[in-house]
Ligand binder design. Structure first.
Ligand SMILES: [Fe+2]
Ligand SMILES: [Fe+2]
Length: 145
């Protein structure tokens, strides 16, 4: 494997590790609600989504997926399309989650909390599934290139 590909793969693996670790951040949200810390959390959420999700997706779409689209098999090219659709869906869920939090009061009621939890679970499960899918099916392809 060429060094450049190796570097990309290393960055991928490292960022996935960070993304999975940061999922705890979503779990901590309930604590933020009880501590009246929603505003502070919202700021962190924007930072998380810009640094971990938006940047990571951009890196994959600009530097990793083109490798497969140029040199991959028909099946691997199809897989890239699937990953791109996942990205779109994750960004939409994340936007929905931010909207949910922004529209709740700083002291959310039971209904709002339920809505926040559901929305948060959707984002978390989509992100984890996607990262695992890439670990399992994208990394091996990059390794053999
Ligand atoms: Fe991805
Ligand atoms: Fe990824």
């Amino acid at each position: 494997m060429k060094k450049e590909r190796m570097d990309k793969l290393t960055r991928e693996a490292c960022e996935h590790g960070k993304i999975i670790e940061s999922m705890v951040f979503f779990e901590n949200f309930l604590k933020a609600i009880t501590n009246n810390d929603v505003e502070n959390y919202l700021e962190k959420l924007h930072k998380f989504s810009d640094e971990y999700i938006v940047d990571h997706f951009r890196f994959e779409e600009q530097e990793v997926f083109p490798l497969l689209l140029e040199q991959g098999s028909a099946e691997e090219k199809k897989f890239v399309q699937e990953l791109l659709e996942d990205h779109e869906q994750i960004l939409a869920s994340l936007a929905e989650f931010k909207k949910t939090i922004s529209s709740c009061s700083t002291k959310p009621n039971r209904e709002e909390i339920k809505h926040i939890i559901k929305s948060s679970e959707t984002v978390v499960s989509k992100i984890i599934l996607h990262a695992r899918k890439e670990d399992k099916r994208l990394f091996p392809v990059l390794k053999k290139m």
